[in-house]
Design a protein around this ligand. Structure first.
Ligand SMILES: [Zn+2]
Length: 305
């Protein structure tokens, strides 16, 4: 069994490498049907705003196409506010998380509540086991998170989360990993699709056309009200030092937040879209199911009875 798994693993690696090395990424377009019906994704966000900013349009697309979606927020976001205390910051970001879950129509958020900016001091095994438990419990088919191999990533919360998820995706399908879960009624269940995003350079082999869901992406980001307001006020502060101001970023908080979202995140999605002849897009390193033996099975498999 171990040898067979090893061979399949090697086959999966070689077919992924082949896909990844093709010159043009695959363009995933809006599907009018419900191909996601019966499927489950987990958006695994080290901080509340990561998922909405880098994959909000794709999250909306998958939900529109029938997926059931969960959010796993890994840290407590205690370091992300402009002028609140640590305790106030935790609370307001928790409230914004509930807002995002409601606006997006996600089924639930699981808060792992690790301390913000300190994930590299937490046992990777502990985070991995919690992920394996949730993947088995929720029967997660698809994950959306940071690319564990993305370049220029400076935030330990991002790369530690990504590494834990990557290992948990296949380990959750193994019957010898954490077998006590099975006595509690869970079953082995591996994740078959991964959409990895990154802040810096990475191997992009899938581009999701989000032209139809860019408004939903805007609403998801706007739900992260406190974090966006922190960005707006920090930007205003930096501009002030240069003797400058942008009127659209001042005054009413919601209007200023939305002006910033359009100027930063939506403009970025437009720029990505232009690269591929699309209106708006998001880029991913995608790893899909292993189809290496499909042809062999079609040619050789016979009914048991
Ligand atoms: Zn983050």
């Amino acid at each position: 069994m171990a040898a067979a798994t090893g061979m399949l693993g090697a086959a999966a690696l070689s077919s992924e490498a082949q896909d990844a090395s093709s010159s043009q990424p695959f363009i995933e377009r809006a599907n009018p049907g419900q191909p996601g019906k019966g499927k489950v994704f987990a958006l695994i966000s080290p901080h509340l705003d990561d998922g909405p900013i880098f994959a909000g349009g794709t999250v909306a697309k998958l939900l529109n196409e029938g997926y059931t979606g969960y959010l796993i927020r890994v840290t407590n976001d205690e370091k992300d506010s402009y002028d609140l205390s640590l305790g106030e910051t935790v609370l307001v970001n928790e409230q914004d998380t509930a807002r995002f879950v409601k606006v997006a129509g996600l089924k639930k958020c699981y808060d792992l509540s690790y301390r913000n900016h300190g994930l590299d001091d937490v046992s990777r095994m502990e985070i991995r086991v919690r992920m394996v438990f949730l993947f088995r419990l929720l029967k997660v088919d698809t994950v959306i998170t940071y690319n564990p191999w993305g370049h220029d990533e400076e935030n330990p919360d991002h790369y530690v989360t990504a590494q834990a998820v990557e290992a948990a995706c296949w380990m959750s399908g193994d019957h010898l990993d954490f077998p006590e879960h099975f006595e509690a009624g869970l079953k082995p269940h591996s994740v078959s699709e991964k959409y990895y995003y990154a802040r810096g350079q990475h191997l992009v082999n899938r581009v999701v056309d989000i032209s139809a869901t860019v408004q939903q992406k805007r609403e998801y980001i706007a739900a992260c009200r406190n974090m966006i307001n922190n960005m707006v006020r920090s930007t205003n502060e930096a501009l002030k030092h240069r003797g400058l101001k942008i009127s659209a970023f001042m005054g009413d908080e919601d209007a200023a937040n939305r002006a910033f979202i359009d100027a930063r995140m939506i403009a970025a999605a437009k720029k990505v879209g232009e690269k591929y002849g699309l209106e708006y897009a998001e880029e991913f390193h995608y790893i899909g199911p292993d189809h290496f033996m499909d042809e062999y099975i079609r040619a050789n498999a016979q009914p048991i009875s």
